[in-house]
Design a protein around this ligand. Sequence first.
Ligand SMILES: [Zn+2]
Length: 169
Amino acid sequence: MPNMDRRTFTLTTLGAMLGVSAAATGRNGAMAATKETFPVTRTPEEWKKALTPEQYYVLREHGTERAGTSPLDKNYAPGKYVCAGCDQELYLSDNKFDSGTGWPSFYQAASEGSVGTSTDKSWFMTRTEVHCSRCGGHLGHVFDDGPQPTGKRHCINGVALKFVPKAGS
Ligand SMILES: [Zn+2]
C-alpha cells in the first residue's frame, strides 16, 4: 500500500520536526537549558495547571518579565523568597539590593544548593542562567557587576518568586 506508507512517513516527519523545534527553543528563542534532572518534575500540562500564565512563561519557558513590573522589585521587608513553582527557599531579604534594573536583585542565593546555573547563549550573548535546584524553574541570570561581598548580581524575575514575610514583622 504505497499510499499508506507515504502517509506514515509524512506524519513521522512532521512529528520529528515539531519535537525538535519544541525542544530546541523556548518562546524567546532560548536554547533548552540543561539536561539536569530535578527532584520535582512535572509535565508541561501539570505545570500549566499549577502556575499562572506569567509564572509558566518565566519558569518553564525561560521568559523574562517586563522590567519594573514586579512588586517584589522594591520590596525590602524582612523575609525570604521561595520558588513560585515548588516553594523551595531561594533568596533572603538580607541579600537583596536595589540594582536599579527593575528586577529583584540579590548578591547571593539563600544557600549554596538553592539554585543551579547553566550557560545561556540565546540572543547572541553568553550569560549565566540561574534556576531553582529543586524543580529546575528558570529564575533569571547572574552577572558579575554586583556589590560586595560576592560581586555577583542575581537578576531575578519577581514572578518566579513568592515572598514569605518573616514571622512577627
Ligand atoms: Zn522550584
